[in-house]
Design a protein around this ligand. Structure first.
Ligand code: SAH
Ligand code: SF4
Ligand code: F3S
Length: 474
């Protein structure tokens, strides 16, 4: 599987992939290749689809050009993400003309957005399937094998998947807790491609975590596009009149899975981020002190035009509360510049907020008009020059702040969960701090024994960079 690098690299910031555990090839149908674009939701879906393919008897191909089945799990969050998919598809369509036995699948958000029209654009495709259909890949492929060209984009209740996902890591696992998004941010294509919110039952989530723990996984990231909305589609009211199922209750419910050492969650929405959630994170020892809370803009009028449902002041109070309870917490976010009508003064308020908060990491983007979103039709779109210039200045500030935040680690001893080897230097091991800073250190102990993925080791931090750290074993 190839991961093209996260659009929202929230928890895998600048993350070289730890080498995957080799798995015994199975006899059967031929080989598959999956390329994943976009966010963790897509990465998690790809792991499940790979699991389904392996259960069907496919084995992972050594190279994309050798594969008998190629699946692109696509992203359309910005125009450049969508265009990238078409250029990849062009190459495979050409290959298919020479080799009609090749099976070509487009899954994910571009598939959902374009549906049938993808077939007109690329007639060589065998299967176009939206994200809600990921767990049905086997059923859909069976129809392809009968000679049909299949489009699966109708709304679908996501059923529990009984296949074992083929996970890229053997240490850190993703667990979906809520699919879809019911927000209506005026720039965002996600609600139209991911559909309505669907929460999984707490028992199913815990069961998956227990399964992962039994396989040796140490860290779980609970996933949702708007994870704070978890549970609002599930029935149940507590005797105190609260919703029975919230993210806070879920964290408490899954916290004690034996063997899991660290729990993270993403992505949080400031509108729903509660004090009760912050207090619970502070109280539960396995929940890591890292919070990914996109703020999108530092200006109230822009936030209103984006329909985000909070003010800058509310955002500040959340961060203050987190830092009161967890002083060392790392905070990351997403931000958009050059939203339609954004004035220079409004843009400067975004810079000022970054300066004031001091983020550990910010994913930045220039606004990109998306199909079926209100803001795309607004008249006051900004020029490419303004977008490029604002983004350039913003990125420089983000890096400077990240560097300042990294400085606090110098000389400290941090507990690192080992994920694998540094792909650029196999003599080094790599892992993360609880606060999600990528950390490199020697892969051998003084006694000559090798440090293994899944171990928790204490590392004395020497060198600090904007987005990573290096050190020696303490
Ligand atoms: N659910 C998350 C974000 C999901 S999309 C949230 O509410 O914050 C990931 C990020 O992509 C967003 O946070 C936003 O910063 C960016 N993004 C989404 N739509 C965009 C657009 N049309 N143009 C530029 N960036 C966009
Ligand atoms: Fe998009 Fe807003 Fe939903 Fe996030 S909360 S996925 S930005 S609509
Ligand atoms: Fe992209 Fe779809 Fe995720 S549009 S960011 S892959 S939800």
């Amino acid at each position: 599987m190839v991961d093209t690098g996260g659009m929202i690299a929230t928890l895998s910031q600048a993350s070289p992939k730890a080498s995957a555990v080799p798995q015994a090839p199975q006899a059967g149908r031929g080989s598959y290749w999956i390329t994943t674009f976009g966010c963790q939701m897509n990465k998690a879906d790809s792991e499940r689809m790979a699991g389904i393919l392996e259960a069907m008897g496919y084995r992972e191909a050594q190279a994309e050009l050798e594969a008998d089945l190629v699946l692109y799990n696509t992203c359309t969050i910005r125009d450049n993400a969508e265009q990238k998919v078409y250029s990849y598809l062009g190459r495979q369509a050409q290959r298919k003309r020479a080799n009609p036995n090749l099976t070509l699948v487009v899954a994910g958000c571009v598939a959902q957005q374009e549906g049938e029209s993808l077939l007109r654009r690329v007639p060589e495709l065998d299967l176009v399937m939206g994200p809600q259909h990921a767990n049905r890949l086997d059923v859909l492929l069976a129809r392809v094998e009968q000679g049909q060209q299949v489009v699966a984009t109708e709304e679908h209740h996501i059923l529990e998947d009984i296949t074992t996902a083929r996970r890229d890591s053997s240490v850190c696992g993703w667990v979906n807790v809520i699919y879809g998004c019911n927000e209506r941010c005026t720039y965002c294509v996600v609600p139209s491609v991911r559909g309505k919110e669907q929460s999984r039952l707490p028992e199913a989530i815990k069961l998956e975590m227990e399964g992962l723990a039994a396989q040796g996984f140490k860290e779980i990231t609970l996933l949702g596009q708007n994870i704070d909305a978890y549970g609002r589609d599930l029935p149940g009211i507590t005797p105190e009149g609260r919703r029975q199922h919230t993210l806070t209750d879920l964290l408490q419910f899954v916290h004690d899975v034996d063997g899991i050492e660290r729990i993270r969650f993403a992505t949080s929405h400031p509108r729903y981020f509660t004090e009760r959630l912050i207090d619970t994170c502070a109280d539960l020892p396995k929940v890591c002190e890292h919070f990914h809370i996109p703020f999108q803009s530092g200006d109230d009028a822009v936030l209103k035009a984006m329909a985000r449902g909070y003010t800058v002041d509310r955002y500040r109070r959340i961060i203050e509360r987190i830092r009161e309870r967890m002083p060392d917490a790392s905070i990351s976010a997403d931000v958009i510049v050059a939203f339609p009508g954004e004035t220079d003064a409004q843009y400067r308020r975004t810079l000022a907020l970054i300066e004031e908060i001091g983020f550990d990491q910010v994913n930045t983007a220039a606004y990109s008009p998306r199909p079926n979103t209100p803001a795309a039709d607004w008249p006051d779109q900004l020029s490419e020059e303004v977008k490029v210039e604002r983004l350039r200045e913003l990125n420089a500030l983000v890096e400077q702040k990240a560097r300042e935040r990294s400085a606090r680690y110098a000389g400290r001893t941090e507990t690192i969960l080992v994920e694998g080897r540094n792909p650029k230097d196999p003599a080094q091991a790599m892992g993360r701090t609880r606060t999600n800073r990528l950390t490199f250190f020697p892969g051998l102990r003084p006694d000559g024994s090798t440090i293994q993925p899944g171990e928790l080791v204490n590392v004395h931090i020497g060198e600090v960079r904007a987005f990573s750290l290096s050190g020696t074993l303490a």
